[in-house]
Design a protein around this ligand. Structure first.
Ligand code: ADP
Ligand code: ASP
Ligand code: MG
Length: 406
């Protein structure tokens, strides 16, 4: 069997933990499997590197940030290879570029466009364990890109797909995917299995246990994906195609995003083309817009509000200020202290009243809802950041997620 195993930052946080990972990888190899390992930067290294750059300037160039952040993963690669060889295991470490990971050039949030697996295959044929730096790739012009926070998961799935691996295992500091972040909801329950679609929603809505693009890729190529703990041998959570929608839980999980900012534009012209001016200008600056709300029209004018990630707020405000005259806006405001709580479940589509139950539960706890968005399998509410944990807990309680059996 060919297995890709990914170990996150907390799993390689210090020398002891790296030894533990080396031991696990070596065991897999000794059991007769071919192994490709993807590692993240040690512990909080990525955050520390960002903080270090901020001590120098508040507006470092994106290219320079990617040069800096990609070093974290390389440290882990080198140390894990050293630990593996110390156990007597043949191993070779590769950067993203050396592993053939080609990216699209969008610094800080690059997408993998292609993986050339020749080097990986050659090393596997030499009976090596191949250890690859997660979260990074290289453009056709030879520029280093990073994939966005949490992107090592995507590296792992992309390599698994390119190598036609039998399995991709994501090792982390929790036993699997839970009904909510177990750090926020202590009685969250581990799920044995989650469908690709539900996992994609949970991850996109903030459940950092998996990077959304990793789930998207796994679904696209039907790659078997498992999330499990680096620190025990429990079976973890399988992410896979689920046969019957009929059996699906109404609500499977709660996710949150604590990194939300809102911008509101007042009195913009109510005529064709206005939304396209605003959102094209934001897209050009590579800013992802999440929710959009248009208010009612009065006297040919209306309000438009939208959310972006807090990291993109200052960039977005610059864009808004530049297009303000063109769209006729009288003014604009922003609020950076927001968060989003979401419920996800494939069974929602056939159960009316799920959104209403969520709103009622939030109201009971005096949590004010600022914005709402729904799809067939999720409901999201923007709330004040200070209400977030309360909101997550009350949603988890409302849908009895601690007791639901799938
Ligand atoms: P790694 O360093 O291994 O990539 P992450 O911190 O990125 O680890 O992801 C694991 C964390 O995800 C857990 O410690 C947990 O707090 C958080 N998390 C958020 N939502 C969930 C969820 N639904 N199930 C499990 N963990 C979750
Ligand atoms: N080290 C990167 C981060 O902290 C990538 C990852 O861990 O997946 O976001
Ligand atoms: Mg992660």
């Amino acid at each position: 069997m060919l297995v890709v195993q990914k170990f996150g930052g907390s799993s390689v946080g210090d020398a002891e933990k790296i030894k533990n990972v080396a031991q696990r990888v070596y065991e897999t190899k000794q059991n007769g499997h071919e192994v490709v390992v993807v590692v993240s930067a040690m512990g909080d290294t990525t955050d520390e590197l960002i903080a270090l750059a901020r001590t120098l300037t508040s507006n470092a160039a994106e290219r320079d940030m990617d040069m800096l952040l990609s070093t974290g993963e390389q440290v882990s690669v080198a140390l894990l290879v050293i630990a593996l060889k110390d156990l007597g295991c043949n191993a070779v470490g590769l950067t993203g570029a050396q592993a053939g990971i080609r990216t699209d050039g969008k610094y800080g949030k690059a997408k993998i466009v292609d993986v050339d697996p020749r080097r990986l295959k050659a090393e596997l044929a030499r009976d090596q364990v191949v250890v690859v730096a997660g979260f990074q790739g290289i453009t056709e012009e030879g520029e280093i890109n990073t994939l966005g926070r949490g992107g090592s998961d995507t590296t792992a799935v992309a390599l698994a797909v390119a190598l036609k691996a039998d399995l991709c295992e994501i090792y982390t500091d929790v036993d699997g995917v839970y009904t909510a972040d177990p750090r926020v909801v202590p009685d969250a329950r581990k799920l044995d299995m989650v469908s690709y679609d539900e996992m994609l929603e949970l991850a996109s809505l903030g459940a950092v246990v998996l990077h959304p693009r990793a789930v998207e890729l796994a679904k696209l190529y039907n790659m078997s994906l498992v999330v499990r703990s680096s620190f025990n041998k429990e079976p973890g959570t399988e992410i896979k195609e689920v046969g019957s929608m009929e059996r699906a839980a109404v609500v499977s999980g709660v996710a949150y995003d604590a990194n939300v900012a809102k911008i509101g534009l007042f009195d913009v012209y109510d005529r064709p083309g206005i939304a396209s001016i605003i959102f094209e200008a934001l897209a050009k600056e590579n800013i992802n817009v999440d929710m959009i709300i248009q208010g009612a029209t009065r006297n040919g004018k209306q309000d438009i509000a939208f959310t972006v990630s807090r990291d993109d707020l200052s960039k977005a405000l610059k864009v808004v200020s530049a297009i303000q005259p063109e769209v006729g806006a009288k003014g604009y405001t922003h609020d950076e202290g927001l968060a989003k709580v979401s419920i996800v479940g494939a069974g929602m589509v056939s159960h009316p009243g799920v959104a209403a139950a969520m709103f009622k539960a939030l109201a009971r706890e005096q949590v004010n809802i600022e914005m709402i968005s729904t799809s067939e399998i999720k409901v999201s509410c923007v709330v004040a950041l200070e209400d977030l944990h309360k909101a997550v807990k009350v949603c988890h309680e409302e849908f009895k997620l601690d007791e639901n059996e799938k």
